[in-house]
Design a binder for this molecule. Structure first.
Ligand SMILES: Nc1nc2c(ncn2[C@@H]2O[C@H](COP(=O)(O)OP(=O)(O)OP(=O)(O)O)[C@@H](O)[C@H]2O)c(=O)[nH]1
Ligand SMILES: [Mg+2]
Length: 304
């Protein structure tokens, strides 16, 4: 095909940036129409900047879901912030994602200051529209609108699939014409092993609380396919920072780890397209979040 015949459509990169828990990954999944990003009610769920592709036939929107921007307490937190802020450079549209169920606060102002510096088109995205009253929403939009010179404001509820089309139409209109960046049927460019590890980590997040979710890192150690049985054996390790955390994840009589494994297997089978035997173990790696080389080993933040 000659260069001249490659179809030109609105095509480009759209970063979703905001505080932890704002709903960036839930919105990403709603836009893609399948679950590519992990989600939980714990802050700092996302640890990998993730590209997700929404091809509407007449346009291609490449979303960049990012770790929530927060006040870092350790090397991991610093790395996650760096990774999220990096996503703001070189995108066509920078979306500031704000949780409309909470008052606009200092954290949002800090995120806004970074968005304001971006040379991209700017969109304020108010998420979780199903939660606040109309009046509260209006007040919060007014507050958040002051944080940067936004080109558009969009209100969505990813949970109720409200105005997902509206968001897409708004950003599509801001993209330059060009060739597609990715194949039309590709949902994400995230490597399979990373996705497997993340979906396992998601199940740990859902089942644990307080400091445990943040102390968890997951590696995929081996994948082997038995074609005859259409079965993939996945060996994976859940790392924590303390013996006490290991005890929580294993649970009484191995109850919790068993439940994590059962839940993760459903997602892993979907991702791999085979039956899965999941061999999960739990190990302690003391204070790994403070150690840059360990963070790189997990591939979190900029590690990939
Ligand atoms: N009611 C309601 N809850 C939502 C909506 N979108 C997200 N949530 C919830 O908000 C919580 C956080 O969602 P995530 O998508 O993981 O948030 P995030 O911004 O990706 O968070 P980090 O990855 O930690 O930065 C989850 O419990 C979601 O179920 C929504 O539209 N309505
Ligand atoms: Mg997320």
């Amino acid at each position: 095909m000659s260069a001249a015949s490659i179809p030109q459509v609105p095509s480009g990169f759209v970063a979703l940036v905001g505080r932890p828990n704002a709903g960036k990954s839930t919105l990403t999944n709603a836009l893609v129409g399948e679950k590519v990003a992990i989600v939980s009610d714990k802050p700092q769920t996302t640890r990998h900047r993730l590209r997700a592709i929404v091809d509407t036939g007449d346009a291609q929107v490449v979303l960049i879901d990012t770790p929530g921007l927060h006040k870092p307490k350790d090397a991991l937190g610093e790395e996650l912030n760096r990774s999220a802020l990096m996503a703001l450079s070189d995108v066509d549209v920078a979306c500031m994602v704000v949780d409309s169920s909470a008052p606009v606060g200092g954290g949002d102002r800090w995120v806004g200051a970074h968005i304001a510096k971006s040379s991209a088109k700017k969109v304020l995205v108010m998420t979780k529209a199903d939660l606040p009253s109309e009046r509260t929403m209006e007040e919060r939009i007014a507050e958040a609108s002051k944080l940067a010179a936004f080109d558009a404001v969009v209100v969505v509820s990813a949970l109720e699939e409200f105005n997902i089309e509206g968001f897409l139409n708004t950003v599509k209109a801001m993209l330059p014409m060009g060739p597609r960046y990715f194949p039309r049927d590709m949902a994400t460019d995230q490597p399979l092993e990373v996705m497997l590890a993340e979906f396992i980590r998601e199940k740990v997040l859902v089942r644990t609380s307080q400091e445990v979710p943040h102390a968890v890192g997951v590696t995929i150690d081996d994948l082997s396919l038995d074609e005859k049985r259409d079965m993939t054996t996945v060996q994976s390790t859940i790392y924590v920072e303390r013996d006490s955390q290991k005890g929580i994840i294993v649970g009484r009589g191995g109850e919790t780890i068993k439940a994590i494994g059962t839940e993760a297997r459903v997602d892993l089978e979907r991702l791999l397209g085979t039956k899965v035997y999941l061999d999960l173990r739990v190990k302690v790696k003391k204070d790994w979040r403070r150690d840059a080389s360990q963070i790189r080993r997990f591939g979190y933040g900029e590690g990939l």
